[in-house]
Write a protein that binds this ligand. Structure first.
Ligand SMILES: Cc1ncc(COP(=O)(O)O)c(C=O)c1O
Length: 295
């Protein structure tokens, strides 16, 4: 059997194939058994990937591909160690395993570079794209593959098709989105505004160490990790009341994501920060009085 290795806490989607390589119990359990052959290694640990490949080789379980997010999005803006993706590239080449970078969330400039992997100068064999790829108006997903990988389709290109694949409206939106992303330097805007936002939020974290565990992220993919899910929930709910939407309360509110569009203005970012401060103060008051409850 051919298998695919993925990472813990990975999120690749909820259709059967992508859910099979997603690493979150809450999403997986109701749909198990999923696609056979999926295995998991801790995210950010290249040694673990190497060991898993050795084990699979030993037991005669062939691995076709390794799929990974350049920066984990849904897991809470987790940036891997700097040598992770370059080592993944080397390991995949050495073991002849296809390296799939899931750029659905990190692509189109979000991390301050056009593609997340560009932060580490790494070229995968397959890149997936979605979300902003359709210009945020038309649903459009895409994969880009090397010629070597695409070669598998040469014998019968109609083996893998879909009714709406290559849809003219969706592809026009995607081409338009790509042009706008480059012309408006969305990656550069995300890089600059990301530093601004992260620095300011980190200053709040220093002021409220009783609430924050960590502020992390890259570009405009920023995670605020709180000391408990109750605090995160209270903050997201307070922000919602103040007209600010944050990501990540579905299953775990401990980490909230700030992922504004890169075209957001500095005035709007300041407005978000201005609205965040009283929410932090109010939650501190509730927290120190022991009044926060689990949801
Ligand atoms: C990295 C990553 N891959 C895949 C997906 C799934 O995309 P879709 O919801 O369009 O299937 C997401 C969605 O959040 C994602 O963050």
């Amino acid at each position: 059997m051919l298998g695919v290795i993925s990472t813990t806490r990975a999120f690749h989607g909820k259709s059967m194939g992508s859910l099979s390589v997603s690493g979150k119990r809450e999403f997986r359990v109701p749909f198990q058994p999923l696609m056979p052959g999926s295995r998991f290694v801790p995210y950010g640990d290249a040694d673990a990937l190497e060991q898993e490949l050795e084990v699979c080789d030993m037991i005669g379980f062939d691995i076709a591909a390794f799929i990974v997010e350049p920066v984990q999005g849904e897991a809470g803006a987790i940036v891997p160690p700097d040598d992770y993706l370059p080592r993944v590239r080397e390991i995949c080449t050495e073991w002849d395993v296809v390296f799939i970078a899931d750029e659905v969330q990190t692509g189109m400039g979000r991390t301050g570079k056009l593609w997340g992997v560009d932060n580490w100068d790494v070229a995968p064999d397959i890149m997936t794209m979605g979300k902003a790829f359709g210009g945020a108006v038309i649903p459009c997903g895409n994969i880009v593959v090397t010629e070597r990988v695409f070669h598998a389709m040469f014998a019968n290109p109609y083996l893998h098709t879909t009714t709406f694949g290559g849809n003219p409206l969706a592809t026009a939106a995607a081409i338009g989105a790509l042009h706008a992303t480059l012309e408006e330097d969305i990656p550069g805007q995300a890089a600059e505004k990301g530093i601004y936002l992260k620095t300011r939020v980190a200053a709040f974290a220093a002021e409220y160490p009783d609430l924050f565990d960590e502020v992390r992220g890259i570009g405009l993919l920023i995670g605020m990790e709180f000391v408990s899910a109750e605090i995160g929930y209270a903050i997201s709910s307070g922000l919602f009341g103040a007209g600010v939407l944050v990501g990540g309360t579905l299953n775990n509110a401990k980490t909230l994501r700030l992922e504004p569009p890169a075209v957001i203005s500095y005035e709007q970012l300041d407005e978000v920060l201005t609205r965040l401060e009283p929410v932090l103060a109010a939650v501190r008051k509730e927290h120190s009085a022991g009044r926060l409850v689990a949801h």
